[in-house]
Design a protein around this ligand. Structure first.
Ligand code: G6P
Length: 608
C-alpha cells in the first residue's frame, strides 16, 4: 500500500527520493507526489499513475535541494486523482504532509477546520492533518505536529516539512510502520526498509506514538508528550542484491526460483536430522504456554491464511491440538471466545497487515498468548507478539506471495514438531520426520527444472475465462492458493474448493472450456480424489492433475499430468503448490499482465 520516503543530507534529494520510492512500487499504488523546499519556497509535484509520470514532470529541471518527502498513494478516501495524491498542503503552502494510514475522525476535523476558515482542496482524510498542523504552528514544526496529533483518531505514519523550518523533517507513527535510515551525515524516514537499503543498513524502528525530528547532521526521537526516547540502531540483514531482479524478468519468477534456498534458510540452525530435534530460539519466552496449550487459533489474511490452513491439518494430526484458522478481519469483530490455554498464532509475511494486527490485539485483550510467524524483522506483528519465528527468506517483492507461503508452511511444520516435543517431554521427534523436511529443497528444484512443461500448459489454457482448483486434505489449502495466484495476477476468474464440495455447486459450471486443476497426490485421500476426477470427466471438464511421481494410473485418466516427487502428506503442500505458482505466472505473462504489480492489489494491506 502507500509508501513514504523522506531524505535529509548532502546528496541531491530529488534523485534519492525518486530512487527510494521506486523500491516501494511493489507495495501497490495509484498516484505519487513529492515535496521539497527550494529557495525558501515549498515545491510540490504530483502525478496520477506510475512514478515514471511524476519523474517526467520533474525531468529537465535543475533542482538544488537536500531535503524532501515523497509518497505513493493507494486510494482509500477519494479516487486516484492529482488533487487526492499526497503530499497535502495547508492553506498557505507552508506545510506539506505525506501520510500512510487512515484518519478516522477526519469528517469532524474537516468541518471544524472549515468553520475556522481553512480551505480544503482534496477529498482525502490526510488533508485535515496539514490544516491542523498549520493551525498549531508557532515557529516549531514538531510542536505543531504533536499538538495536531492530539486531536487525531486513527492510524498514521507521517512525514512533514515546512519552508518555515527548511532544514527539518518531522515524522510520527501510530499503527503504520515508519523507520529511520541512519547514514553518514544523512537520514531517511521510510515506511519500508527497502527504500533506504541502497544507502544504509542501519535503522531505527519508530514505535507507536513516537515522533522523530531529522535535521542536517542530527536526529532525535521523542514521545508524543515531548519526552526524549533512546533507540537502538539495528542492522538490517537484507542487502541491496536481495531487492534486485537478478536477471529474472519479474520478482515473482525470481522468488519462485528462490524457494529451494528459502527453505534451507528456514531450517538453518533450527533442525538436527541426526537426533531429530528442533530449536526455535524465538519461542523461549513462551515455552510454558506452548506446553500447556489446549487450543490454537491461527489468524491471518490472503496467502498467509492458506498457510494457516495447512498448519491446522499438521498441528491437529501430528501434535493433537485442536486448531481453528480464522480470517483476521472476521476474528477481530466477532467477539471470539478465548479460554485459558488458548494460543493465538498470527501468520503474516509483511508483519504489517492491519487486520491481522487488530486480531492479535483483540486476542491479547481477552488474555491469549500471542505467537507470530513473520518474514519482516522488526515488523509491527512480530513486535506485538510474545514470541515468534521469523522466516528468514529475504524480502518478498512480488505482490503475489510465493516463497513466503512455502516458508510459512515449513515454519509451521517446525512449530508442530516443537509442540510434539513439548507435549511428550523426553520423546525426541522422529528423525525421519525432520529428514523429510530436509530433503524438500532438492525436491522443489526438480519441479522447477520442469518449468518448460508448465509453460506448455500455460500456452494451452491462457485464454480461459474461468478455472477451478480442487484438492482434499492437505491439498485443499493448495487448491485455494493455486486459484488465488491465478486470479491475482492473470485476472482469470478462479475458484479453489475442497474436491468433494464440488458436487454442491461448482459442478454446475463445468464444461469443455473449463480447466479443472486437481491436486491428486498419493496421500490418505487419493482414492476419494480419483472419484472426484471421474465426476468432472463425466461432465466434459478438462483435467490438469498434479500427481505423485510414478502414478501412471491417473495419467491415463486426465488431459494433462504433472508429476511431483513423493514426500509425507504434511509436506506435500510445499511441493504441490510450486507448479501452480508457475502456471499462474506464465499464464499471466502470456496475457500481458503486470505480474509484479497486479491492478488494485497491494503487497501490504495496512488499512482495514
Ligand atoms: C495482501 C497480499 C497477499 C498477502 C496478504 C496477507 O493481500 O497481496 O499476497 O498474502 O496481503 O499479507 P501478509 O503480509 O499479512 O502475509
Amino acid at each position: 500500500m502507500c509508501g513514504i520516503v523522506g531524505y535529509i543530507g548532502q546528496k541531491e534529494a530529488i534523485k534519492v527520493l525518486l530512487d527510494g520510492i521506486k523500491r516501494l512500487e511493489y507495495r501497490g499504488y495509484d498516484s505519487a507526489g513529492i515535496a521539497f523546499i527550494e529557495d525558501g519556497l515549498l515545491r510540490c509535484e504530483k502525478a496520477v499513475g506510475k512514478i515514471a509520470e511524476l519523474e517526467k514532470k520533474l525531468y529537465g529541471n535543475h533542482f538544488c535541494t537536500h531535503a524532501g518527502i515523497i509518497h505513493t498513494r493507494w486510494a482509500t478516501h477519494g479516487a486516484p486523482t492529482m488533487e487526492n495524491a499526497h503530499p497535502h498542503l495547508d492553506c498557505n503552502n507552508e506545510i506539506a504532509v505525506v501520510h500512510n494510514g487512515i484518519i478516522e475522525n477526519y469528517d469532524y476535523l474537516k468541518s471544524k477546520l472549515e468553520l475556522e476558515g481553512h480551505v480544503f482542496r482534496s477529498e482525502t482524510d490526510t488533508e485535515a492533518l496539514a490544516h491542523l498542523i498549520e493551525k498549531y504552528f508557532q515557529g516549531n514544526l514538531e510542536m505543531a505536529v504533536m499538538e495536531a496529533l492530539k486531536e487525531v483518531e486513527g492510524t498514521y505514519g507521517i512525514a512533514v516539512i515546512s519552508p518555515k523550518e527548511p532544514g527539518k523533517i518531522v515524522a510520527a507513527r501510530k499503527g503504520s510502520p515508519l523507520m529511520l535510515g541512519i547514514g553518514n551525515q544523512e537520514y531517511f524516514i521510510t515506511s519500508d526498509v527497502s527504500a533506504s537499503l541502497e544507502h544504509t543498513r542501519d535503522v531505527v524502528y519508530l514505535d507507536d506514538n513516537e515522533i522523530a525530528v531529522l535535521t542536517h547532521g542530527h536526529y532525535e526521537t521523542k514521545t508524543a508528550q515531548n519526552v526524549p526516547t533512546y533507540k537502538k540502531v539495528e542492522e538490517v540483514l537484507w542487502n541491496i542484491d536481495m531487492i534486485e531482479k537478478d536477471g529474472y524478468e519479474h520478482f515473482m519468477l525470481k522468488e519462485i526460483h528462490e524457494q529451494p534456498q528459502a527453505l534451507r534458510n528456514v531450517m538453518r540452525g533450527r533442525v538436527d536430522g541426526s537426533i531429530g530435534s528442533v530449536r526455535l530460539g524465538g519461542l523461549k519466552t513462551c515455552e510454558k504456554e506452548l506446553s500447556q496449550a489446549k487450543r490454537i487459533v491461527i489468524v491471518a489474511c490472503g496467502t498467509s491464511w492458506h498457510a494457516g490452513l495447512v498448519g491446522e491439518y499438521m498441528l491437529e494430526e501430528m501434535a493433537r491440538i485442536p486448531v481453528e484458522v480464522e480470517y483476521a478481519s472476521e476474528f477481530r469483530y466477532r467477539n471470539p471466545v478465548i479460554e485459558e490455554g488458548t494460543l493465538v498464532i498470527a501468520i503474516s509475511q509483511s508483519g504489517e497487515t492491519a487486520d491481522t494486527l487488530a486480531a492479535m490485539r483483540e486476542a491479547r485483550q481477552k488474555g491469549a498468548k500471542l505467537l507470530s510467524v513473520c518474514n519482516v524483522v522488526g515488523s509491527a506483528i512480530a513486535r506485538e507478539a510474545d514470541c515468534g519465528i521469523y522466516l528468514h527468506i529475504g524480502p518478498e517483492i512480488g505482490v503475489a506471495s510465493t516463497k513466503a507461503f512455502t516458508a510459512q508452511v515449513a515454519v509451521v511444520y517446525l512449530l508442530t514438531l516443537h509442540m510434539m516435543n513439548l507435549k511428550h517431554t523426553n520423546v525426541p521427534t522422529n528423525p525421519a520426520i525432520i529428514k523429510a523436511l530436509m530433503s524438500i529443497p532438492e525436491k522443489i528444484q526438480t519441479i522447477l527444472d520442469k518449468e518448460k512443461d508448465i509453460i506448455e500448459l500455460a500456452r494451452i489454457y491462457k485464454d480461459s475465462e474461468n478455472a477451478l482448483y480442487l484438492g482434499r486434505g492437505y491439498n485443499y489449502p493448495v487448491a485455494l492458493e493455486g486459484a488465488l495466484k491465478l486470479k491475482e495476477i492473470s485476472y482469470i476468474h478462479a475458484e479453489g474448493y475442497p474436491a468433494a464440495e464440488m458436487k454442491h455447486g461448482p459442478i454446475a459450471i463445468i464444461n469443455k472450456d473449463m480447466p479443472v486443476v486437481f491436486i491428486a497426490t498419493k496421500d490418505s485421500v487419493y482414492r476419494k480424489v480419483l472419484s472426484n476426477i471421474e465426476e468432472v470427466k463425466a461432465r466434459g471438464g478438462r483435467v490438469i492433475a498434479i500427481v505423485t511421481e510414478g502414478d501412471e494410473h491417473i495419467a491415463e485418466k486426465v488431459n494433462h499430468v504433472f508429476f511431483i516427487p513423493k514426500t509425507s502428506d504434511a509436506l506435500t503442500p510445499i511441493l504441490s503448490v510450486i507448479p501452480l505458482q508457475l502456471l499462474a505466472y506464465h499464464m499471466a505473462v502470456m496475457r500481458g499482465c503486470d505480474v509484479d504489480k497486479p491492478r488494485n492489489l497491494a503487497k501490504s494491506v495496512t488499512v482495514e
